[in-house]
Design a protein around this ligand. Structure first.
Ligand code: GLN
Length: 396
């Protein structure tokens, strides 16, 4: 055997014995659609991020903190003013208190918070109930923990929770239920009745915990109010609450999120966080701590985003797409069942290539890729972007 042949043989056998821990996971749809949008110079309403600038004052604060020398590691839990201000804000908005010393951690985005929460609580063979469609961030962490996801469909047309069905899925191995309100991708929100049902479930099963993904807490429309699990005295004692400064301050690239949880859960959360990221970028944390004192910044968000949603909907009124009403988030789902019977992946790709508009096909949010002929559009965009998108949709 020549040296070259031997090398290629060794390389091949090395690759064969290198076993994937996530064999079914590829590049996610958000990166895929953003790349496709770029390739075809399409209007990008796919990946959920604003195309407008954040506050200049917030950026100046980061700059000032960098110049003032706040450039070394932040403490494990996050910088003190941010943790304290977040505790105060949470109590003011939702009524119950979290101890800044033991019950709050600032994370590298809500994605890290989800990963850390899931890997800190799950043991091999634990079961996790996930209402779906659902965001893609939970499943890989469940699989890496050798736990099992149990998917339960939300009920159409309004994507509401079927609590009887959820109860029927609880087994002695069920460790966690994941709640996401306001909900990505559907825009539905949790009602007081849902919270009552969740409380009954948790009370009936002492070994059941909750992960409540509330990253769109400030984006709720039509006079509705966000109901945080942190405001329920029973659920709070058994729940991770996950939030995002990136969504609230239009800085998704800063990767700044947080987790609230009772001390006994947070203790384990911090062990994973410590050896995962340790802490997010310090000057950003100081800047957000100052900026969040301006309460009008988040108080004005419902109207700010509702105006965008309404503008988009007004301008697609004459199109053939059907609107699935959204009560929150920066997403709006549209049905194309009057237009085509193509599957949603093909339709979304064709919309990008031929018409120059990128969206997210909703089947990717289902484990079994259920196709309801729905596309998700991000409305966190400048007025001109939304008008361009609406113009394209009316031509189809
Ligand atoms: N949360 C955003 C969305 O749903 C971005 C997701 C991502 O890029 N991983 O589009």
């Amino acid at each position: 055997m020549t040296e070259q042949l031997l090398c290629s043989f060794l390389k091949k056998s090395m690759q064969q014995s290198y076993t994937s821990k996530l064999p079914d996971i590829g590049v996610n749809i958000f990166s895929t659609m953003s790349a496709l949008a770029q390739q075809y110079k399409a209007v990008n309403l796919a990946q959920g991020f604003p195309d407008f600038a954040p506050s200049e004052e917030l950026i100046r604060l980061v700059h000032d903190y960098m110049l003032k020398g706040f450039n070394q590691y932040a403490p494990l839990a996050g910088v003190r003013p941010l943790v304290v201000n977040l505790a105060e804000k949470t109590e003011k908005l939702y009524g119950l208190s979290y101890d800044p010393d033991t019950e709050i951690t600032i994370t590298c985005g809500a994605t890290e918070a989800c990963y850390t929460a899931l890997t800190s609580i799950l043991h091999e063979d634990d079961e996790v109930i996930i209402p779906e469609p659902c965001f893609d961030v939970y499943l890989p962490a469940i699989q890496l923990s050798k736990a099992k996801a149990v998917f339960v469909p939300l009920t159409l047309p309004d994507f509401s929770y079927d609590w009887e069905l959820i109860r029927s899925k609880v087994t002695p191995r069920t460790k966690l239920i994941i709640i996401n309100s306001p909900h990505n991708p559907t825009g539905s929100i949790l009602t007081a009745k849902d919270v009552e049902q969740l409380q009954l479930l948790v009370e009936a099963y002492p070994g059941l915990y909750v992960l409540s993904d509330e990253v769109y807490e400030h984006i709720v429309f039509d006079g509705n109010k966000h109901i945080s699990i942190s405001g329920n005295p029973v659920l709070k004692e058994r729940a991770f609450i996950i939030g995002s400064f990136g969504k609230t301050y239009h800085v998704t690239g800063w990767r700044l999120g947080f987790c609230l949880a009772p001390a006994y859960m947070m203790k384990e959360f911090k062990k994973v966080h410590q050896y995962n990221t340790f802490s997010p970028v310090a000057p950003m944390q100081f800047a957000v701590a100052d900026f969040m004192k301006k309460t009008d910044e988040y108080e004005s968000l419902p109207a700010f985003f509702q105006n965008k949603r309404d503008l988009f909907l007004r301008h697609i009124k004459e199109s053939k797409f059907d609107v699935i009403p959204a009560s929150g988030t920066y997403f709006q789902m549209l049905s194309y069942k009057n237009i085509s019977d193509e599957n949603d992946l093909d339709f979304a790709a064709r919309l990008t290539r031929e018409f120059g508009l990128a969206s997210i096909p909703v089947s990717v949010f289902y484990n079994d890729k259920t196709d309801h002929k729905l596309l998700r559009f991000c409305i966190a965009k400048k007025e001109e972007t939304l008008l361009k998108a609406a113009h394209i949709l009316c031509k189809i």
